[in-house]
Design a protein around this ligand. Sequence first.
Ligand SMILES: NC(=O)c1ccc[n+]([C@@H]2O[C@H](COP(=O)([O-])OP(=O)(O)OC[C@H]3O[C@@H](n4cnc5c(N)ncnc54)[C@H](OP(=O)(O)O)[C@@H]3O)[C@@H](O)[C@H]2O)c1
Length: 248
Amino acid sequence: MRLAGARVLVTGASSGIGAATALELSARGARLVLSGRDQEALADVAARTGGEMLPADLSDPSADLAVRAGRVDVLVACAGEGWSGPLARMSGGTAERMIAVNLTAHVQLTRLLLPGMLERGRGHLVYVASIAGVVGVREEAVYAATKAGLLAFAESLRYELPAVDGNGVGVTAVVPGVVDTPFFARRGRPYTRRRPAPVAPERVARAIAVAVERDRAEVYVPAWLRLPARLHGAAPGAFRVLARRFSP
Ligand SMILES: NC(=O)c1ccc[n+]([C@@H]2O[C@H](COP(=O)([O-])OP(=O)(O)OC[C@H]3O[C@@H](n4cnc5c(N)ncnc54)[C@H](OP(=O)(O)O)[C@@H]3O)[C@@H](O)[C@H]2O)c1
């Protein structure tokens, strides 16, 4: 799909991967609709991209983001929150909130934006998931479950929306590993490991732009992350032994 001239709604556009994606897509000629809660940060991205601001709290099920967004050719579903720690110590409401923001809000947005894309015979849906959703991560069970949900959602939609002669509605699942953004500080547990080294959000942003342009079903960032994902799929028992041995 050509990004030049396409109207792209990016959730989570006020920070990290979403902000970097907005800048990358704008450089490729896309017209941006930027969503997030932090209006000052959104205004900064809007000033740098010429994008339109659409503030919304995605944990609020009444947020009428799809209606306010109007015509959308490409959805980049990037907003997300994390939480790390033993499940038994998670406070009430945290799981519901993460499921609402990471998964439910993007399912609903897709449901509401898809009819317009189908009518126009053109569109692309991008879901920013996580390697946590593929292999599971200790003390991130709910976060991983929301990302696994997004991956299954994308995979299933892809069957439902076959591309026709380069047209139609494409679907991309993005699977980042560790990315250098405020995500870890905000979830309350900073990333302190040396390996794997965090990648820059701009790298994920470039991968998203290329995936839309070339209709890629799935992109891992960095690309080597596909290997642990394959090992987990092919030999889950061996993967678990290694994960237990190497997880901190
Ligand atoms: N960083 C990583 O290592 C990593 C790895 C794999 C996947 N991911 C995924 O990548 C996506 C982007 O994360 P990031 O690393 O760029 O983190 P980030 O810098 O913390 O950005 C998170 C974005 O989500 C938005 N957001 C959070 N809660 C929201 C809510 N209730 N309503 C509306 N917007 C909300 C934030 O908006 P405000 O700031 O305006 O509230 C912000 O724009 C997330 O889905 C995350 O799960 C990140």
